[in-house]
Design a protein around this ligand. Sequence first.
Ligand code: ADP
Ligand code: MG
Length: 277
Amino acid sequence: MTDFIKVKNLVFDYIKGEEGQAVRAIDDISFDVKKGSFTAIIGQNGSGKSTLAKNINGLLTPTSGKLSVDGLDVALPENIWEVRSRVAMVFQNPDNQIVSSIVEDDVAFGPENLGIDSAEIRERVDDALRGVEMYQYRKKAPHLLSGGQKQRIAIAGAVAMEPDCIVFDEPTAMLDPRGRGEVLSAIKKLNSKGITVILITHFMEEAAQADKIMVMDKGKIKMEGTPEEIFKRGRELKELCLDVPAAVELAMKLRGKGLHIPEDILTENDMVRFLCQ
Ligand code: ADP
Ligand code: MG
């Protein structure tokens, strides 16, 4: 697989106050994201996750280092629109992302701004809504929908722009368990269709479903690996105030009692499958 995002020695400073004091939010990080992959980013509040996300889609410009998206250097102003058309973002609060009073108009908003013709917009909106299982709600008012449904509308809006990659910044943080499940299935479905996914999350069960996890702390990448590799390092995660998924915790306890539980049990579903095989 080719690299879709390449990050080398990236630094980002916010400039604060009247004296222009620099706050280092990203502290010299390097990593790559393969085209079509699913990467989860975890880390405590303030570790730099959102700042990284905004550097990737050109909302913020790197202070130093290199960041390229599909070969395009994000620091060059002439590349910004191209970068934003390839990398869409979905944020935490669906209410802040919905702009229209009818679902299908909301999903059409992005492609309309790209100047796409109306027949094509119609097709993209319908496809995007079907993709997140919200087509039947296309004539409804978004404010009447549940949190999970609203977030899926926001995702459909991103999909309708036909990006190569979507960065999700804690998309399930404001949702109930059911809404979280709906949104995660929508994300996995998009990834299975070839969209590169970067998911920032506080939920370890969600991170467990990625191909790769990056753990951030104080602007640095502290750990990087497959979910299995990362969640084996429970003690180090605890030191960073992070947990392992409940199923991993349970597997460890059962192993402590002498039961043989395979290392690749990461989620509740894995555990059920193993115990009921
Ligand atoms: P996370 O998303 O992991 O919670 P952020 O990327 O939001 O972390 O923040 C990283 C660091 O940058 C924190 O120390 C935060 O206080 C600081 N920061 C974030 N946004 C701003 C801003 N607009 N101005 C100044 N500092 C900021
Ligand atoms: Mg954040």
